[in-house]
Design a binder for this molecule. Structure first.
Ligand code: ADP
Ligand code: MG
Ligand code: MG
Length: 504
């Protein structure tokens, strides 16, 4: 062997022996950490996300464990985490017995080592262990729950079927949200569990600028909470009926209709039927863009299948819904027809202003009566409405082979660039006044109280655990970016100083 080659090999072999001998004699200087006193301001400004900081990041995890061991009240928690790590190392045969011992030690109230913050997961952990001990049985015990303390609460914004919606703000980032609270006793009394879970699960699977997003789902003692995109511009019902003459000008009708159309198409691409299109459910943000909200009635179609069920709001239901037929995405195009009609006419289709016909009469009209268009309807909007409000879903615009594309191609939308619209690059024709609050006065929104005589038990907790899944990752990341926190935190100058110190 050449001498050169021998030298090269032995150098490599020596380096591979590793250990501290491979370190530069200057290593401490190279890795010098700032003195703790220089980092104090970071303690107040970084988002202290438990999972990332104390579980995923190896040094974070180490420091967190050291900290916990120094505090007697946290000893049990850290022992639990150790046990959970050990659980992961067990063979398939050992998992069940070991799992049971974890439950007995840490999740049972009577145990000296009970960890109360995760105690509520006892039943669901026992259950998963029974069903299949090879799954991630204790996942729920590792997460730090989101609680109401993450948020500042402001005024009530509105009232729904199961509770109130409140304006709130994330303390760490300053981001504003609307918190939709579902009162646990009301949900139980009216058997709303499936509906609540459905709304939450559909929302968390969506990511569209035309549908409200779910930022967090958590629980308090009395409520289940969905933290949603804040929409401070009010709903379209308010804008159509409560400001000036009823109805909206053509530019606004076109803009809102186009954005709603994109929202519907997003839902339909995921096989979700919305089923509750009406002006009240279309909300404006502070720039004047709309989002579809209130997905309580939305349903996911399994492949190629249709659904049945008379759901929606009287007066806005499609003929095939009223007729107890099987139906699919078609009902939302009918809904868009109703919306465009009402924005243009200043009144809903097939109803006179101020008239409140009984549900049965409304259904008769929807199924049998032809539509009337007043003088407010131009040629193209009239044509669009009658194509969308076609009583036969097989012939309705939007329900043919090219789906929503046909709606976008209608001449009413010829001035709309849908690509730009999808990218959020079209300026809204109306911007809500930032000094106004576009909702009813606080004293006019009735208070929601708990129902008496309903007790919440262990089966309820199982449902709460499914609901209460904390932050939705994509939306949390958007929050940190949108509020500028990411930009300010993710800049490092020499020796760990921050951009603000150096004015880069
Ligand atoms: P429900 O499903 O019980 O009808 P909604 O989701 O419609 O509840 O919410 C009730 C009311 O709360 C709405 O009519 C609206 O006034 C207000 N609201 C709901 N979501 C938001 C939001 N994201 N931003 C602002 N206000 C909202
Ligand atoms: Mg509603
Ligand atoms: Mg609802």
């Amino acid at each position: 062997m050449e001498i050169e080659s021998m030298v090269a090999n032995s150098a490599l072999i020596k380096a591979r022996e590793g250990g501290s001998r491979g370190r530069s004699y200057k290593w401490k200087e190279m890795l010098r950490l700032n003195h703790i006193s220089q980092c104090m301001d970071q303690a107040s400004s970084i988002e202290r996300e438990y999972y990332s900081l104390c579980v995923k990041q190896p040094i974070g995890k180490n420091l967190f464990q050291l900290f916990c061991r120094s505090r007697p009240d946290l000893q049990n928690f850290i022992s639990l985490l150790d046990a959970l790590d050990a659980f992961e190392m067990k063979s398939d045969e050992e998992r069940k017995d070991f799992g049971v011992s974890i439950i007995e030690r840490f999740l049972m109230r009577k145990s000296m080592q009970c960890v109360y913050v995760v105690q509520k997961h006892e039943q669901s952990c026992i259950h998963s262990l029974e069903v299949d001990s090879c799954t991630d049985v204790f996942q729920s015990c590792r997460e730090r729950p989101i609680t109401k303390y993450r948020f500042r609460q402001y005024r009530v914004l509105g009232k729904g079927g199961f509770g109130e919606v409140w304006a709130c703000q994330v303390r760490a980032t300053g981001m504003m949200y609307a918190c939709k609270k579902l009162d646990k006793t009301h949900v139980k009394k009216r058997r709303g569990e499936a509906m609540a879970l459905n709304e939450k699960q559909i929302l968390e699977a969506l990511d569209s600028r035309f549908v409200v997003s779910l930022g967090y789902a958590y629980e308090t003692k009395h409520s289940l909470c969905m933290v949603l995109t804040m929409m401070s511009g009010g709903d379209l019902r308010f804008h159509i009926h409560n400001i000036g003459q009823p109805g909206l000008d053509k530019n606004r009708v076109r803009f809102y209709a186009a954005e709603v159309c994109c929202g519907i198409m997003h839902l339909h691409r995921k096989s979700i039927v919305y089923r509750d299109m009406k002006p009240e459910n279309i909300l404006l943000d502070d720039n004047g863009h709309i989002r579809i909200s209130d997905l309580g009635l939305a349903v996911r179609l399994s492949e190629g299948s249709l659904v049945r069920g008379k759901v929606g709001t009287a007066g806005y239901m499609a003929p095939e819904v009223i007729g107890h037929k099987h139906y699919g995405l078609s009902v939302d195009w009918w809904g868009l027809g109703c919306l465009i009609y009402e924005m243009t006419a200043g009144k809903p289709p097939l109803r006179q202003k101020g008239e409140h016909p009984k549900a049965a009469e409304m259904e008769r009209r929807i199924q049998n009566e032809p539509l009337e268009f007043g003088e407010k309807f131009g040629k193209s909007v009239k044509n669009l409405c009658s194509s969308l409000l076609n009583k036969d879903p097989n012939e309705r615009l939007g329900c043919l082979a090219s789906g929503g594309k046909d709606v976008q191609d209608h001449r009413f939308f010829r001035k709309v660039n849908f690509r730009m619209l999808e990218a959020g690059l079209v300026e809204p024709p109306f911007k809500p006044d930032p000094r106004l609050v576009y909702c009813s006065d606080v004293q006019d929104i009735d208070e929601f109280s708990t129902v008496k005589g309903v007790t919440l038990g262990e089966t309820d907790c199982e449902f709460y655990c499914k609901f209460n899944t904390g932050s939705v990752s994509i939306n949390w990341q958007n929050e940190v970016i949108e509020t500028g926190c990411f930009k300010e935190l993710n800049v490092f100058g020499p020796e760990g100083s921050r951009s603000s110190d150096l004015d880069w």
